[in-house]
Design a protein around this ligand. Structure first.
Ligand code: GUN
Length: 305
């Protein structure tokens, strides 16, 4: 027995919480992908990604830069197309049409969010489903939901790889997803509910329409926190032994030189000693997203052979 002194009401706890780091999982996958890139190179194929960035959202700029770096490190090609925040929908559609037929690119990634005057759904629909390495095109959403995925959205796929790597039991378990975004919450449901090797779970999705999230998180064997709200899940909302995947990467302003720090959707300190395991932020799910993007782009390059 131990005491979690950081909890305001001094909880008695008995669990040594395991920290599920993403880097070892990402490194193992990247080692395999690196070999696949070498094989493709012998056939003069270099997997190529076109990343489109509209506007100057600081977080999106960081993501796109990191994507470019990781692609180059593994000898893949990545080019970023930067459009101003005033770009018209027509210009964006024109760019996508040209990338759809450009053989240099096997994947097209449209960094979200887009400026509010652009209809995201309409633009995502214009990306060729064969190059939709984000898995956001309605055709690929449909394939995933029907249990025969072509491209699996990167962050949810990364979460599944973490569950597999750390041997967290999923089949028959009650998984509670907090957040219903198209990027994480909904595809996460579509993966966990399938009769896949890692899947076959009972899945609950909580969202802003859920009157009391705690009622559900208390019953969870696994919590996937993907609401984009810092510290939403606290120690008093969970039961002992739960496995927690924290997908949130929230910028919280502070007095540091950088002006902010990153925080997950889970109040990390308050769940220590209660949860069986948790992914840290940063360093948990984060490193997985780009790795799975790399994986989808390499898969796409092979599909084009
Ligand atoms: N914005 C936040 N996450 C993502 C992602 O996985 N893909 C894209 N395209 N945009 C995002």
């Amino acid at each position: 027995m131990k005491w979690n002194q950081r909890n305001s009401d001094l909880l008695m706890v008995s669990v040594e919480t395991q920290i599920l780091k993403g880097k070892p999982v990402a490194d193992a996958i990247k080692a395999k992908l690196s070999h696949e890139v070498e094989v493709l190179a012998t056939q003069n194929i270099i997997p190529g990604l076109a990343a489109i960035l509209v506007g100057d959202d600081p977080a999106s700029q960081v993501y796109v830069r990191s994507k470019q770096k990781v692609f180059e490190k593994i000898n893949c090609y990545s080019e970023t197309f930067r459009l101003s925040a005033e770009t018209t929908e027509a210009k964006l559609l024109e760019l996508i049409s040209s990338l759809n037929v450009n053989p240099k690119f096997h994947g097209i990634l449209l960094q979200l969010p887009l400026p509010s005057y652009i209809d995201s759904q309409k633009v995502l629909l214009a990306i060729s489903p064969e190059k939709d390495v984000d898995g956001f095109h309605p055709i690929n959403v449909g394939y995933l939901l029907s249990g025969e995925p072509h491209f699996i959205p990167c962050t949810p796929n990364g979460v599944m790889k973490i569950l597999k790597h750390y041997d967290i039991p999923v089949s028959g378990k009650h998984t509670v997803i907090v957040g219903r975004s198209n990027i994480v919450g909904k595809p996460m449901f579509a993966l966990l509910v399938q009769k896949f090797e890692k899947g076959n779970a009972t899945v609950t999705i909580c969202h802003t329409g859920t009157p009391d999230i705690k009622v559900h998180t208390k019953q969870a064997d696994i919590i996937i926190a993907a609401a984009g709200i810092p510290n939403l899940i606290t120690g008093d909302m969970i039961s002992e032994g739960v496995d927690i995947i924290d997908v949130g990467i929230n910028r919280v302003n502070d007095d540091s030189e950088r002006g902010y720090h990153l925080t997950g959707d889970v109040n990390f300190d308050s769940v220590l000693g209660i949860a069986n395991s948790i992914t840290p932020v940063p360093g948990g799910v984060g490193p997985m997203t780009i790795t799975m993007l790399l994986s989808n782009t390499i898969q796409s390059a092979k599909n084009f052979i």
